[in-house]
Design a protein around this ligand. Sequence first.
Ligand code: ZN
Length: 258
Amino acid sequence: MKDLIKSLLPTIAIKKYRAYRTPKKYRGSDVTCPICNSSFKKFAPFGSSKRENRKCHYCGSLERHRLIFLYLNEKFNFFNKNSNDKIRLLHFAPERMFYNIFSEYNGIDYFPCDLMPERMKYNGKTNITKADITDIPFQDNSFNFIICSHVLEHIPDDHLAMSELYRVLSKNGNSILQVPIDNNREKTYEDPNISSPEERMKAYGHPDHVRFYGKDYKTKLEKCGFKVNEDNFVSTLNKNDIIKYGLIESELIYHCKK
Ligand SMILES: [Zn+2]
C-alpha cells in the first residue's frame, strides 16, 4: 500500500501542478493530450483564426502532433523498443514536445536536424544538427525512420527535398511526411511570383509557405521513389477517442516506405 501511494504521488503532484497552470475555464477532463498525458476541459484556441480546441495547454501539441504520436505508438510500437531493435530516427524541424521525448528515449538513436538549429533551444540543449533538407549531410540509406512534418511546404525545391529524404532512408525504412493539404484542390497551387509574406499569407494561408498542396501530394512523393500509404488512421479510432484526443477526422497520415 505504501509503495502504491509512493508511486502515485508524483503523478498526482504533476497533475495538480498542470491543473494549476491551466487557465480556470480550461480545467477539466473532457480532452486528453496523449503526448504529455494532461487533461483539460478543452484545448486552447490556435491559428490566425484562433479556432477553438486545438493546442495542448501544457506541451503545446496540435491535432497533427497528437495524431502522429498515436500513430507511432499504434503502428510501430515506437516507445517500446529494446536496444537490439533500436530506431535510427532522422527528424527534420523537430517539434519541442517530440524532441524532449525522442532525445531522452533509449530505444531511439536520434538525429534531429534543422536549417536554423540556433532558433531551437529545447530543454536548454542545442544538439540539433544544422542541415539543409535539399542537401542532407548523411550517407544513402542512413535511417530506418524519418519524421518530417509541415516542412516541405516551406521549401522552394520540394522535389529535391523529397528525393533527399528518399536517399537517406534505408531499404524497407518508414517515414512520415506530413504537409498541410487542401482537399478541395486536385493539383498543388504554387506560383514563384508570389514571394512577399503578405502575398503568401493570402495565397497559401501562411507567410512562410511557398505552395498549397492538393491531392497530387501523393504522386509527388511517388515520383521520388516512395511507396505511399495515405493512411486514414483516424477512421480506425472510435468517435469518443477522436474527440478525447482532439484530432481532425479528415487528416491522413502519409506513411512512405522505400
Ligand atoms: Zn500535451
